[in-house]
Design a protein around this ligand. Structure first.
Ligand code: PYR
Length: 605
């Protein structure tokens, strides 16, 4: 009887795809007894971006989340998404860190490790698969599905066979952008089932509106387990709803055997939970058929939108979406999934905003073109590679073979702040925010980012008519209109004692107000940095943070010399001196937020 199993992703990918991974453990635990009773094959609840979001925004210990979920879900397999040699970060870690991470995740309760590599370079899965098997856990080898002139069913089947030879217990097709079509699914699933004797799982995002049809075709062709999300967090850039698939298969030879009413009850709970996170909802998480062309996974689209919005460049979205396939081609058609989605997406934003392709190249693109993420599916653009890496040699070995063991060094660096191996691994994943997290925990000052109250409660009164007393004189002021928010020079229209007036306000300094009506947190985002006007004024093309300042006042610099490292969308860019001269002023320090319209460093020729 080909009963279909379900992996529900409500506790990981569903909220990662729809509300920027913000669901807190406190909203998961109360419903765990009901979730645990349903009989899912597994619950995906950890990994992917959850670790980063816990440490960065929620100020929760991700390890504690795992052990609490383990305790609350004693009867269900727990599943995580592991980015191969990148673990849960954005760079390759040494083998000793990979082994330690998998071992500690297993010890804290993880059962199923879904392991992928963004380039489908199986050398990058080897250590994680070995460590999973050594811990006695289920290693699920993953095929990242993509469409390109160099990807085809035969290649994916070859990969499936190799994953089986590497000792995997099952195979997953990971369709992170929702590119599968029903008939392509049928062909791929049938070919894999004919050639590989392992259970097959399908993970397909609903972005293009095709995933439900793909599920049915997969099931008809022998797929064993389907990933879905309980309906409160389903659809669009998330996954098709669990309840719908359970209903669709009920009474057929594929019946999941799951209790639809019980799942619906859990859905009602999560429907309420979702409201709490309304501030993270986005216009970019619905069905978007453009993904069939640009291949950008849903989560990445909302990232791009935020990035462009910050620069008043949301109108360049179409240009960025058109640029992404071109950058992907230049890089040898990588599937777009963390971290290649960020690497390609950020470079495309830079290419569009600077209006000159590859004038500025991120450090990650340079590393990629040097082979530091593994082997690209197709040859990369040779001229671009030369431009990016100069005379440096590209590598063709497994990138981690060049990494020295790093666990002991990390232990030494974090010292007494780490109460156990798990804390060292938190620091290893994210050195800056991981250390800040451990310091705040030690000081008892961990504070999750504030949640805005529901919209009805945030409606604050904005006065439009008032009397203003200046030096004893009272004026009656009525605001009659305002120019667009976000304009550098914003026009305001009002009457003073009935006489129409207009003022132009140039914003030099801003506060971001969060914390809703209470205005609890006011964060200064821009200091008194001047606006650029001279050739020696060094600026950034994208808003971001300063990772490093490489020069000081008084230094002599050559044109093209690296001055700053900035980070935007988790990618680093080197900012170089536009002219030769002397650094007269440095307006930034490590950790500062910066925007394109300000001087970061001044150089005098
Ligand atoms: C992640 O790596 O976070 C994905 O969801 C692919």
């Amino acid at each position: 009887m080909p009963k279909i199993n379900i992996t529900d992703v409500i506790l990981r990918d569903a909220h990662q795809s729809l509300i920027a991974t913000r669901m807190r453990t406190e909203d998961m635990l109360p419903i765990c007894p009901k979730l645990d009773a349903i009989g899912f094959w597994s619950l995906e609840c950890w990994g992917g971006a959850t670790f980063d979001a816990c440490v960065r925004f929620l100020k929760e210990d991700p390890w504690e989340r795992l052990s609490r979920l383990r305790e609350a879900l004693p009867n269900t397999r727990l599943q995580m998404l592991l980015r191969g040699q990148n673990l849960l970060g954005y760079r390759h870690y040494s083998d000793d860190v990979v082994r330690a991470f998998v071992t500690r995740a297993a010890a804290n309760g993880m059962d199923v490790f879904r392991i992928f590599d963004a380039l489908n370079d199986l050398r990058n899965l080897k250590t994680a698969i070995e460590a999973t098997k050594a811990a006695g856990k289920h290693a699920q080898g993953t095929i990242c599905y993509t469409v390109s002139p160099v990807h085809d069913t035969a290649g994916f089947v070859r990969m499936g066979r190799e994953l089986a030879e590497m000792g995997c217990d099952s195979i997953a097709i990971k369709d992170m952008a929702g590119l599968l079509t029903p008939f392509a699914t049928a062909e791929l699933v049938k070919a894999l089932k004919d050639s590989v004797e392992l259970p097959l799982h399908l993970h397909s995002h609903a972005t293009s509106g095709l995933a439900d049809m793909c599920h049915l075709k997969a099931i008809e062709n022998g797929c064993d387990t389907i990933d879905t999300a309980i309906s409160a967090f389903a659809g669009g850039t998330s996954h098709p709803p669990t309840e719908s698939l359970v209903a669709a298969l009920r009474g057929t030879e594929y019946d999941t055997g799951l209790d639809l009413e019980a799942i619906q009850e859990v859905g009602i709970y999560f429907h309420q939970v979702r409201k709490k996170y309304h501030q993270f909802e986005s216009d970019f998480t619905g069905v978007d058929t453009r993904v069939q062309v640009n291949q950008v996974p849903g989560g990445m689209i909302s990232n791009l939108a935020n990035q462009l919005r910050e620069q008043n460049a949301l109108d360049r979205m179409e240009a960025v979406l058109a640029e992404i396939p071109k950058v992907r081609k230049d890089l040898g058609y990588p599937p777009l999934v963390t971290p290649t989605s960020q690497i390609v997406g950020t470079q495309a934003v830079l290419n569009v905003l600077t209006e000159k392709r590859y004038e500025s190249i991120t450090n990650e693109v340079k590393g990629y073109l040097q082979g530091r993420y593994g082997q690209a599916p197709a040859p990369v653009d040779v001229a671009l590679q030369r431009q990016a890496i100069g005379n440096a040699e590209a590598i063709d070995c497994r990138p981690a073979d060049l990494l020295e063991p790093e666990l002991a060094r990390l232990q030494g660096e974090i010292g007494a702040l780490a109460e156990g191996d798990e804390d060292v691994l938190t620091y290893a994943m994210f050195p800056e925010i991981g250390r800040a997290f451990l310091e705040q925990r030690a000081a008892g000052t961990l504070q999750p980012e504030p949640l805005e109250p529901p919209p009805s409660e945030t409606a604050a009164n904005a006065p439009t008519e008032f009397n203003v007393a200046v030096h004893g004189e009272t004026y009656h002021i009525k605001v009659t209109g305002a120019g667009h928010k976000g304009q550098a020079d914003r026009h305001f229209y009002f009457t003073i004692d009935g006489v129409p007036e207009e003022v132009v306000v140039e914003t030099l300094d801003e506060l971001v107000l969060t914390g809703g009506a209470e205005g609890a947190v006011a964060q200064k985002i821009a200091g008194k940095r001047p606006r650029p006007s001279e050739p020696g004024h060094v600026t950034t093309s994208m808003p971001g943070n300063i990772v490093d300042v490489l020069v000081a006042e008084g230094d002599r610099v050559e044109a093209g010399q690296p001055l700053l490292i900035t980070e935007a969308m988790k990618m680093e860019t080197e900012i170089q001196a536009p002219i030769a001269g002397t650094v007269t002023e440095v307006f930034v320090a490590k950790g500062d937020s910066v925007s394109p319209d300000e001087v970061l460093i001044a150089i005098e020729a």
